[in-house]
Ligand binder design. Sequence first.
Ligand SMILES: *Cc1c(COP(=O)(O)O)cnc(C)c1O
Length: 477
Amino acid sequence: MKLSFEKSVQGRAFPILPELDVPEKNFSPGLTRKSAPLLPEMSPPDITRHYTSLAKRAHGVNDGFYPLGSCTMKYNPKINDEMANLPGFAGIHPLQPEETAQGCIEVLYECASLLREITGMDAMTLQPAAGAHGELTGALLMKAYHDSRGEKRRDKIIVPDSAHGTNPATAAMSGYKTVNVASDENGMVDLNALREAAGEDTAGLMLTNPNTLGLFDRNISEITKIVHDAGGLNYYDGANLNAVVGIVRPGDMGFDIVHLNLHKTFAAPHGGGGPGAGAVGCKERLTRFMPELAVRTDGGFAFARPAGSIGGIKAFHGNFGVVVRAFAYILTLGADGLREAARNAVLNANYMMKGLSDIYDVAYPGICMHECVLSLENLKKEYGVSAMDIAKSMLDHGMHPPTMYFPLIVREALMIEPTETESRETLDEAIAVLRELYETAKSDPQSLRDAPKNTPARRLDETRAARHPVLRYKKTI
Ligand SMILES: *Cc1c(COP(=O)(O)O)cnc(C)c1O
């Protein structure tokens, strides 16, 4: 497919900006660009066709099954988008005086209140833009807390080996050293290893529960107690909250800080590069370090920054539209609906696991939460068919592959998260496809190594795409 630059015809551009209706402003010469930007020039129908054909080449939740583990790619009700597009929300400007944006601040305040209730936290900021950004906020809260107590020697964050990659990255970004703690043979945090790791230099623990193996760590109260006894804080990576919303609360499991991915659990899609929101909550003893909070005042609502704040973590007030979607989602479902969504997410994952576990190896047998992890190590050994080959073959069946090669502690991992929004028929079909692929792996392994065959692009060199990304168009014509 040609790039828009290659389709560009000089003079084909059409005006996209309205006539100037404000006084013209002359910027100082150093601030203006020397030449006009190189932009493709196309007519409206050609632009429409260009982007429509691009969209058709991608696979989204609206096209078919998308069991991308850890990403919670569920169907998001369109009503949430309609709410976010209401003129009063969509047309707001962040520099507007607060008294003219009372309804919007009220939405932030009310949504934060509901999320506080859902997580069992005392304060909640909606400023961070993503999960990893929420983690950074949380790590900075930890640092501010220990510094305020004169405990600068606490320079280590404990991270289980099943953690999402953003956890150790966050610890490093915020100046901490990471200490890895192994999982035991059941996929739970090894308590003895944790006891050994926790000490006077522990700033805190970062943990997701259910973890990335899709398992709920039953020792969670003991785990958070070990860290508290050592003087550390417990950070809950709540990206996987979809499994437990309305059922358990991080605040009751002994966590002091939590981030939620509003763009996984609460009605905005993950992946695809759209805006996200990483709500961050904390317990009372940390609220004075929080970044911006929406608060209730005598006559209305306002933004406030606590006295000991770590400072603003993002320009303005976060990705407001994502918060509106989350707020609408929570209000539409209500407490019972949220709980039912979590239960169905767990049910669907177990249904798929059971439908596959007689032929595929489940990494950690037992009941899983919202996702299950298969290990294709034996398939690879016996027939030379890897997790990658199976994943690529699923594309030919109109399904997005599961997450691959993650978590790192499982070899040839496929991590399946069907989500609650898939019907039993879709799950049955996915199970049938995966079973068929297993048979093909035995009878005709080469055909799987050659997959995908029906997609716009075949196998990509993913290492090269990551190591030598071409991010800029260089004009050659
Ligand atoms: C997705 C995810 C994150 C990171 O969230 P982003 O919004 O992608 O930054 C962190 N932890 C876990 C467990 C996740 O699944």
